[in-house]
Ligand binder design. Sequence first.
Ligand SMILES: CC(=O)SCCNC(=O)CCNC(=O)[C@H](O)C(C)(C)COP(=O)(O)OP(=O)(O)OC[C@H]1O[C@@H](n2cnc3c(N)ncnc32)[C@H](O)[C@@H]1OP(=O)(O)O
Ligand SMILES: O=C([O-])CC(=O)C(=O)O
Length: 447
Amino acid sequence: MVVIKKLAEAAVQSSDIDKALYDKFNVKRGLRNADFTGVLVGLTNIGNVVGYEKDAEGNTIPVHGRLYYRGYEITDLTRGFQAEGRHGFEEISYLLLAGKLPTKEELAEFDAIIKVEQELPFSLSKNLILSLRGRNIMNMLARTVLGLYTLDKDAEDYSPENLVKQSISLIARFPVIVAYAYFAMRHSFQRRSMVIRHPRPDLSLAANFLYMLKGDKFTALEAEILDLALVLHAEHGGGNNSTFTTRVVSSAQTDTYSSIAAALGSLKGELHGGANMKVIGMMNDIKQNVKDWKDEAEVEAYLQKLLRKEGYDHSGKIYGIGHAIYTLSDPRCVLLKEKAGALAKEAGMEDEFNLYQAVERLAPEAFYKFKGGQRKTIAANVDFYSGFVYKCIGLPEELYTPIFAIARVPGWAAHRIEEVTSSSARIIRPAYKSVTNQRVYVPMQKR
Ligand SMILES: CC(=O)SCCNC(=O)CCNC(=O)[C@H](O)C(C)(C)COP(=O)(O)OP(=O)(O)OC[C@H]1O[C@@H](n2cnc3c(N)ncnc32)[C@H](O)[C@@H]1OP(=O)(O)O
Ligand SMILES: O=C([O-])CC(=O)C(=O)O
């Protein structure tokens, strides 16, 4: 429509701000410093993300990534519960919320609440199954989370006990809501069967999610890998886009459902959690356009095309590559890649896995050549192999970002509690400098 086109052109024109002005007024674009590190905006006891170190002169030195939950290194945590032969997501959720590892008894009590909470109230299941329509599960999930407000008579109670109660309830309910939303979506829009299973209290959260999707047709290894993926995605400090959203919204003293729905909107974004689905689309595009997957020169030439905005979605992005903090590596990507390699072998998908590895290897070099000059050290991030792993364990693409959401609830919840209850809490309200000149009002007949 002509009028819309005209309006859009005017909107874009009046939105544009010269990059040079950011330097002039010393404004940190994207809240990032010139050396690519983040502007310090808060303190937290929850997660710690390490991607670089500073030398004596204050220069940023790239290092292999390390991730800590409540002070514990992620690799120690995962190796710990795996060595003892149990799933870890519930234990890690407890750790993130309580700030300490649970004893056996504490974990059993926590698990018991999850089992109760995962049984959705009838009105909620009925709404999900019969009325909730949508083509995007993240959107369906956010609408459902906002709907939970009406089912919670204590929705506006911000006492620590109630915040914890709401948090555990959301951790327990997310997988069930996502499974029902998936079947509702495919029933409405893919003309496929609606399958409704009750959650099974004898299974871990990860295994139960697989059961709700696939019935008994999943293996112990698949459940173990999904559990690991949930643990690896559970928390990432206060500055990642969705957790920061949770903190910003929570700092205004609003309800849990509003802040978690806002976080979902952020995580859905293609530069954040939504990147895991974009990686699949991008890799499909590479598979179609690169004739010889083993020819590194051909793969790299295609990556250059992506950077020049000539391929895939013309965004100029290589999805699954690069990170705001990590430089040489993302430890979650390293751990997922280990699993991806073993799964690919089992599933006879080694050629595809080798192509992923080639892209992982070649993308940084392609990026450095493309950018030249001063640029950040980049590597594959957690979203690069996660979709491939989910594909190997038979999960449909539409679920990849929702699985990230299921995993991140404990992290968001812990940050919300920290934001709302800390004695140093203050509404988050930074400043924007206006760069528009003042104007004199013009009456309608003179415009
Ligand atoms: C769970 C997660 O959220 S992990 C991240 C998932 N997202 C993706 O995989 C999407 C692809 N990656 C990216 O877009 C970026 O690397 C991000 C969003 C993750 C981090 O972005 P930033 O912190 O702004 O990037 P950073 O400061 O490190 O990079 C500087 C420049 O390199 C560009 N760049 C960084 N990564 C990429 C990439 N993968 N492809 C193309 N360009 C990139 C940035 O756009 C920026 O360009 P500019 O200077 O012209 O503005
Ligand atoms: O830290 C970030 O910017 C993004 C990220 O990896 C996450 O949230 O897991």
